[in-house]
Write a protein that binds this ligand. Structure first.
Ligand code: NIG
Ligand code: FE
Length: 410
């Protein structure tokens, strides 16, 4: 036996291997049809969760020929999809708000009258860590079946140190995907605090305790939530604690969120519905990924972000569901891609690259995930049909099997 041959798994019978490595080499900027070029009759070799070799079957080194193998029977294989923005852990639901918004009430006025984020906070505080894990696991499994191998999971419905840590611990217990926990203590000002500044002061004190559970923070920079200047103070403290940042930016109003993301070196600015050409030009020049969340725009019945302008200006663009009980109560990955194509006029290659390479950048994990390359995590989705069947049919992703770190999650 060759040394270490038992730790090795050979994925063979790959009809077409779409690696997206050329898109990854450009940080996913300006994705084009050429980025979808595939290796036919390919093999991927995995060791300890990472890719150690890939290429055409005929080139497979002899040392791997007697290793354990998995036959993928001629399927098309793509990099695992990355959900880079979710509020996956929450209790209760806010279906009543959806009805109210459709009948003319605004998100902000519903929040003022006791609904909104703070109503999910109440339900989530009332739930135990075990209950949250159980609810969360069902949701992760729904993503895995759609080809998702990495899920970012925000806290933000606890808003006390104890309840935020409870959410982050529930996130840590989730299986069947790589979980990227994000501390969203700055989601809304809880009733216990008089104003955002006083609350942010208390959040800053929690950072040394929270960083054990999450290495990135997020903040909702918006009128009535957190101003750019208050958030700047918070992000500076997060940086001192060795944490990276993302920002809910320019969603309902142009609140300075995207500018702040650039200034503070955040890995992503998310939503960007209100971002204009000036903001877009600045984002395109930066390494901040523009995370677009069109399901929430659909549910909120607001405009869609200017994805065409972002992509044409050379920005890093990512897509995600924003799955949450208020503005995006849907885990439908196909819907996100379809809205990107129909409403934002993103091409198919741009859509696929945004859900993989772009999303990896949004999480600061571009060296580990997003494309199928030697040295990266062995995360991929095996399609049940052709590449052209992706992001086509609402409610349906043509996925036969999903593998994260070489292990099947479906
Ligand atoms: O991404 N905008 C802030 N956060 C969520 C909504 C959360 C909620 O309404 O519960 C969002 O849209
Ligand atoms: Fe969100």
């Amino acid at each position: 036996m060759f040394e270490g041959v038992k730790d090795i798994k050979v994925f063979k019978g790959i009809g077409e291997l779409v690696t997206l490595s050329s898109a990854a080499a450009r940080q996913g900027r300006r994705a084009a049809a050429k980025d979808l070029e595939s290796i036919r009759d390919a093999v991927v070799v995995e060791k300890k969760g990472k890719i150690v070799w890939l290429g055409p079957r005929t080139d497979l080194p002899t040392k791997y020929r007697s290793s354990a193998s998995v036959n993928l029977k001629g399927a098309v294989v793509i990099p695992g999809l990355i959900e880079c923005h979710t509020h996956l852990i929450y209790a209760g639901n806010r279906s009543g708000e959806f009805e109210r918004r459709n009948q003319g009430e605004s998100y902000q006025s519903i929040a003022k009258s006791g609904g909104g984020i703070l109503s999910t906070v109440q339900a989530t505080r009332d739930a135990s860590e075990g209950e949250l894990t159980k609810i969360g696991q069902r949701r992760i499994d729904r993503f895995a079946k759609q080809g998702v191998t990495t899920v970012e999971v925000k806290s933000g419905y606890g808003l006390t140190l104890k309840d935020e840590i409870k959410m982050l611990k529930a996130a840590k217990a989730l299986r069947n995907a790589r979980i990227v926990p994000t501390y969203l203590g700055a989601h809304a000002v809880p009733k216990e605090f008089a104003n955002a500044d006083a609350y942010v002061d208390s959040l800053i004190e929690t950072l040394p305790k929270v960083r054990r559970y999450a290495r990135r923070v997020d903040a909702f920079v918006e009128n009535g939530y957190f101003s750019a200047s208050t958030t700047k103070r918070y992000l500076a403290a997060a940086r001192l604690n060795g944490m990276t940042a993302s920002i809910h930016a320019d969603q309902l109003t142009l609140s300075g969120g995207s500018q702040l993301a650039i200034e503070m070196g955040a890995t992503s600015a998310d939503h960007l519905v209100q971002a204009g050409l000036q903001e877009i030009a600045a984002l395109a020049k930066s390494d901040v990924a523009c995370v677009l969340l069109p399901s929430s725009d659909l549910y909120m019945d607001i405009a869609y972000p200017k994805a065409r302008e972002m992509i044409d200006a050379g920005a890093i663009v990512a897509l995600s569901t924003d799955f949450n009980p208020g503005t995006a109560p849907s885990q439908d990955v196909a819907l996100v891609g379809i809205l990107a194509r129909v409403q934002m006029k993103m091409t198919f290659p741009e859509t696929l690259v945004a859900y993989t390479v772009g999303a990896a950048h949004a999480l600061g994990l571009e060296k580990e995930i997003g494309s199928i390359e030697i040295g990266k995590s062995c995360d991929f989705a095996v399609l049940s049909g052709g590449l052209d069947e992706l992001f086509l049919d609402v409610g349906h992703m043509p996925i036969a099997r999903t593998f994260c770190q070489g292990l099947e999650t479906t």
